[in-house]
Ligand binder design. Structure first.
Ligand SMILES: CC(C)(COP(=O)(O)OP(=O)(O)OC[C@H]1O[C@@H](n2cnc3c(N)ncnc32)[C@H](O)[C@@H]1OP(=O)(O)O)[C@@H](O)C(=O)NCCC(=O)NCCS
Length: 273
């Protein structure tokens, strides 16, 4: 599957990519945080070709691994990095690298947004377990900046560069969707104007467990209890539900900002079932 972003095209690796991989991959700053179980070092002259022929292409053909070559739109013939997605979680669901001269340009984050969408969408992953050497700051930032949460740090002995700790992270489909809404919200608020914010506000209902009160039955009994305060809260939610149903749960125009939207539309924070 070919994935496209504003600056990149990610396409499945083919055997001919061995020349680009052989050029960009065997550099200490690219490999030092990778596993010595997977990479021979020093890297042999035919390392990339053997990797493609014996590992990547057969794994893709079996159907549980996806290897994308990262190319730029303005130079589509050259693979400058690789993203590997796999069902097997033993070493994490993902591996990646990008050529030294392109690191820090935002390419990997951009590429991962497309891969995450594909993994959680078309491929139906419910979560990704992803790992990095604890001192690999670029890789941990990449996880933080794409919505992952850290599960644990544990001792490790398999890194080529000798890192002694490994971080294990998780990104669930739910977190990814929530993360995207917040990201788009922020972008829209900064650049897109009121209509863009309004659309995203509605999307947030589905993704983030913020449901419009219209979803709550008028006789909602989820807020039960002896306390008068809780009973009032239940009544209030019922009242909001009726009101929001009448409004067909659509933010009315003009949209005057978050506070106004919450007041007018009676949005309620309720846990997802
Ligand atoms: C890890 C790696 C893939 C990151 O790719 P990249 O293209 O440099 O990352 P990006 O430019 O997309 O940066 C993503 C975010 O991380 C931040 N970041 C990247 N490198 C960073 C660093 N060294 N220190 C702090 N933050 C960093 C960026 O600022 C960016 O955040 P922003 O969107 O808020 O600006 C790349 O450094 C690499 O290939 N390293 C060698 C191989 C490797 O370590 N693979 C990972 C194994 S787990």
């Amino acid at each position: 599957m070919i994935l496209e972003t504003s600056r990149l095209v990610l396409r499945p690796l083919v055997l001919e990519d061995h020349k680009d991989i052989q050029k960009h991959f065997p550099h200490w700053d690219v490999v030092k945080y990778l596993s010595k179980n997977a990479i021979k070092w020093p890297y042999p002259d035919d390392g990339a070709e053997k990797f493609l022929r014996n590992i990547a292409l057969p794994a893709m053909a079996r159907g549980d691994d996806w290897y994308w070559g990262i190319t730029r739109r303005d130079k589509p013939d050259e693979v400058i990095g690789v993203i590997h997605l796999r069902r097997d979680t033993a070493s994490g669901n993902r591996g990646l690298w990008i050529a030294q001269e392109h690191q820090g340009s935002g390419y990997m984050k951009e590429a991962l947004e497309a891969v995450n969408d594909y993994a959680f969408g078309a491929l139906g992953f419910d979560k990704l377990v992803i790992k990095n050497a604890a001192d690999n700051e670029a890789s941990r930032q990449l996880k933080i900046k794409t919505g992952a949460e850290m599960l644990e740090t544990r001792p490790a002995t398999h890194y080529l560069g000798g890192s002694a700790q490994q971080e294990v992270w998780q990104l669930t489909a739910e977190k990814w969707n929530a993360f995207k809404v917040m990201r788009d919200f922020t972008r829209a608020a900064l650049t897109g104007g009121a209509n863009a914010v309004k659309t995203l506000f509605c999307k947030a209902q589905a993704y983030m467990g913020i449901r419009p009160a219209a979803d709550i039955p008028h006789d909602d009994t989820s807020v039960k209890g002896s306390s008068p305060h809780r009973q009032t809260a239940a009544k209030t939610r019922g009242h909001f539900a009726t009101k929001a149903r009448r409004q067909k749960c659509r933010p009315p125009a003009p949209f005057n900002g978050f506070n106004a939207a919450f007041k007018r539309n009676s949005y309620a924070f309720v846990p997802r079932p």
